[in-house]
Design a protein around this ligand. Structure first.
Ligand SMILES: Cc1cc2nc3c(=O)[nH]c(=O)nc-3n(C[C@H](O)[C@H](O)[C@H](O)COP(=O)(O)O)c2cc1C
Length: 170
């Protein structure tokens, strides 16, 4: 497990090769194996492969520009009518997505949508309008998925900082 965690980097450049349906299904399974507040499992995922839609998603914020280059993107949403603590739940889902993507030889990156702004105004409202997300749902982030076209160094033990660990009291 630590091996995959070490390899996980935010990948923002992707090869044109398609992501296999089976791999995507495995990644969505990992998302749905996430813990959730009171076991609410209120997540909803939108898989986007359409080029024009991905291009439009890239305009959600200034930090989403590379979404258009990924063969697939998973938009992580949350139904606030049937769940709670949605930001935490959705973010954990996103991390499961990211880690299983790495496990499958793919790359991803957490692209913030909630509470973010772009040239179209609220990124969340923009994405909701674009994808027809119902009012009862919130959008947390976009997880582009693709084979990495960049190689970033793995996380290393030099990032392990003893000073951040407090024993019994801060
Ligand atoms: C809550 C959150 C929001 C993020 N939003 C963005 C984003 O909108 N665009 C982006 O390119 N990266 C985003 N990132 C990725 C971070 O920039 C990245 O995780 C950080 O620089 C550490 O690099 P690493 O993931 O390669 O270890 C986000 C990460 C988190 C956890």
């Amino acid at each position: 497990m630590l091996e995959v965690i070490r390899k996980r980097r935010s990948i923002r450049s992707y090869l044109a090769d398609d992501v296999e349906e089976e791999k995507l299904k495995g990644i969505l399974k990992a998302a749905m194996f996430s813990p959730s507040s009171r076991g609410g499992r209120a997540w909803e995922f939108i898989v986007v492969r359409n080029k024009a839609t991905k291009s439009a998603l890239s305009e959600a914020t200034p930090y989403a520009f590379f979404v258009k280059d990924a063969p697939a993107a998973i938009v992580v949403c949350y139904d606030i009518d049937s769940g709670r603590r949605f930001k935490e739940d959705a973010s954990i889902c996103a991390e499961h997505i990211h880690l299983e993507a790495v496990n499958q030889g793919l790359g991803s990156c957490f692209v913030q949508v909630a509470d973010a702004e772009g040239s179209h105004g609220s990124a969340e409202e923009y994405v909701k309008g674009l994808l027809g997300v119902p009012d009862r749902c919130r959008v947390q982030c976009i997880m582009p998925i693709g084979y990495p076209a960049e190689e970033l160094p793995e996380h290393s033990d030099s990032e392990f900082d003893e000073a951040k660990i407090h024993c019994e009291k801060f």
